[in-house]
Design a protein around this ligand. Structure first.
Ligand code: SIN
Length: 302
């Protein structure tokens, strides 16, 4: 495996490995360590089927299924379809997934760890790829946070709610989303997490709030919580923390949700087709010391 960092605030390209094949424990450990270090990993030219994508994704942890039960691979329901393509007048995928700043699954009791996206179709105009995904580095955002605010917020928690992002997308002109049913809302109840987490791979602190799902800092009154959250959102989205991934077909991208935020840029039209396959992996295992010891023996020995 060859690892080439982008030289930017996040990101590395990994070549010399075929992710459709079963990974050795050593290769998996290298990928995990590299993911912690660079946050976003691009594996170019990966020819991988839906079943193989699921097998690769499940090395990181259990996969979260879709809340609506729609837009997944017909044979492999763990593999979601993100697309603006319509066939016979019907959308074949979720057309507006992730189109604002957020961290997947911060709304769950067990938070998200990794997203795995495989680019099947990338929109292009005049030869330029559209529909980039932009990431922000939350290790850096934590490190550069005002020390007084850092010590004030230490030990505080935030409530995250899946419905916040859903409703925001629904209000956008042309949205095809419908309000979540009470049953769907019950499947995604709000959850509470510390404002700062210790990253399980790097052992460093990260800022763990995001504009998509964080609703409230629980230890502050409502007005102060709104003020502080606004400040944190502005801080964490400063351009100097951001890295944009420009897609190519058959890129397989994995990113670490604990240490990054992301935003899918909708700068393409309905006629410019984008099609991604996605697995959303939860953080059940990455916080488990035994999983870490097995996967990163060099880290355990250090
Ligand atoms: C997501 O938020 O998981 C989707 C990102 C993308 O489609 O670029």
């Amino acid at each position: 495996m060859m690892i080439e960092p982008t030289g930017q605030i996040l990101g590395a390209t990994v070549t010399g490995i075929d992710l459709s094949q079963s990974l050795s424990q050593t290769d998996f450990g290298t990928i995990l360590q590299t993911l912690g270090q660079y946050g976003v990993l691009r594996f170019p030219r990966q020819m991988i089927g839906a079943g193989e994508l699921k097998v690769f994704s499940e090395r990181f942890g259990p996969i979260q299924g879709s809340v609506t039960g729609k837009f997944h691979d017909p044979e492999v329901p763990e593999v979601g379809i993100l697309s603006n393509i319509r066939e016979n007048g019907q959308p074949i995928g979720l057309a507006d997934a992730g189109q604002d700043w957020h961290t997947d699954m911060s709304y769950n009791q067990t938070i998200g760890f990794v997203n795995v996206l495989h680019a099947v179709k990338v929109p292009r105009r005049n030869g330029k790829a559209l529909g980039s995904t932009v990431f922000a580095n939350m290790h850096a955002a934590y490190e550069e946070l005002d020390p007084a605010l850092k010590s004030r917020l230490e030990g505080m928690t935030a409530t995250h709610d899946f419905n916040k992002f859903w409703e925001e997308m629904l209000r956008r002109p042309g949205s095809t989303r419908v309000p979540l049913t009470p049953e769907q809302r019950a499947k995604r109840p709000p959850s509470i997490h510390p404002v700062f987490l210790t990253h399980p791979i790097t052992g460093r602190r990260v800022l763990y709030v995001n504009p998509g799902y964080a609703m409230r800092i629980n230890e502050l009154d409502a007005a102060e919580s709104d003020r502080v959250l606004k400040l944190l959102f502005e801080h964490q989205l400063q351009p100097r923390y951001q890295y944009a991934h420009e897609w190519a077909e058959n890129d397989l991208l994995i990113w670490d949700h604990i240490g990054t935020l992301h935003n899918a840029i909708p700068d393409y039209t309905a006629e410019e087709h984008r099609l991604m396959r996605r697995c959303q992996v939860m953080a059940d295992w990455i916080f488990d010391p035994e999983f870490l010891r097995r996967s990163l023996p060099q880290r355990a020995a250090a």
